[in-house]
Design a protein around this ligand. Structure first.
Ligand SMILES: C[S@@+](CC[C@H](N)C(=O)[O-])C[C@H]1O[C@@H](n2cnc3c(N)ncnc32)[C@H](O)[C@@H]1O
Length: 252
């Protein structure tokens, strides 16, 4: 897959249009998916605590609404955007009965239809791992463009260290599931990711590890136990075992 082409954008749109009806079930309703969802939401809710009532939040690549539902529960004033209308349709249904709902906008994260310095928080989950570093830089630059000075950005990445440690099981999983070696996924190093953000004039406030497929072993006995163990992956020394890491930064 060529990552920087129009064909690539259409490939993602096609892929996620097909995937839209099963995405939520495959990612968040399996045993591991449920453990991940709890850990992820707990961390995001904590990081979002300083949010003020009138802050405007932009959620980039909302997909089927995994994070939109949390933002709605927190009663945020927010806009959710995504490239794929079929994915957003599920997000719309997911938040339909919530007291607060976002404005949904179809948009490419590389050309966000929002003014410079207009957003207080940008939140984007399980998205940037679709791209290699150079495209991540483009997308992050765009997210930072719309963010107000001192605005906050929350983005997550696939964690290079745990992915390589578990390379063999992941290879088998990807071959069985997608008939590919590693579909739609790029693994980030924490140090390199921090470097990129500081080059883009953002200051990193925290990097928190989330998940880890090995937690499923504990989850077979008890989900609360798996969630408890997952807390050890938040920071060093065990952060290298986390499946993903969340970066919390602000624009300088
Ligand atoms: C792996 S899903 C993540 C969805 C959701 N944020 C979550 O945490 O579950 C990736 C999403 O990125 C969207 N996407 C892919 N390329 C995009 C682009 N260039 N601009 C905006 N969204 C894009 C897809 O349509 C899909 O909904």
């Amino acid at each position: 897959m060529k990552n920087d082409s129009i064909e690539n954008k259409n490939e993602y749109k096609e892929f996620y249009t097909e995937e839209s009806s099963v995405y939520q079930r495959k990612r968040y309703e399996t045993l591991y998916g449920k453990i991940f969802k709890t850990l992820h939401h707990n961390i995001l809710a904590e990081v979002l605590k300083p949010l003020k009532k009138n802050d405007l939040v932009l959620e980039v690549a909302c997909g089927t609404g995994h994070t939109s539902i949390l933002l709605a529960e927190l009663e945020c004033n927010f806009i959710s955007c995504d490239l794929t209308p079929a994915m957003m349709q599920h997000a719309k249904q997911r938040v339909a009965n919530m007291p607060v709902q976002p404005l949904f906008v179809e948009a490419d994260a590389k050309i966000l239809p929002f003014a410079d310095n207009s957003i207080d928080w940008v939140v984007s989950t399980r998205f940037l791992h679709l791209f290699p570093y150079e495209i991540q830089v483009e997308v992050l630059t765009e997210m930072l463009r719309v963010l107000k000075p001192n605005g906050k950005i929350i983005v997550d990445f696939d964690n290079w260290s745990s992915r390589w440690l578990l390379a063999l099981p992941f290879l088998i999983y990807n071959l069985v599931r997608y008939q590919r070696i590693a579909p739609y996924s790029f693994y980030n190093k924490i140090s390199k990711t921090k470097e990129i953000l500081s080059q883009l004039n953002a200051s990193v406030d925290n990097v928190i590890g989330v998940g880890g497929v090995q937690l499923v072993i504990a989850g077979l006995f008890s989900k609360p136990l798996a969630v408890k163990l997952g807390h050890f992956h938040r920071k060093p020394p065990l952060r290298f075992l986390a499946e993903q890491f969340i970066v919390f930064a602000h624009k300088l």
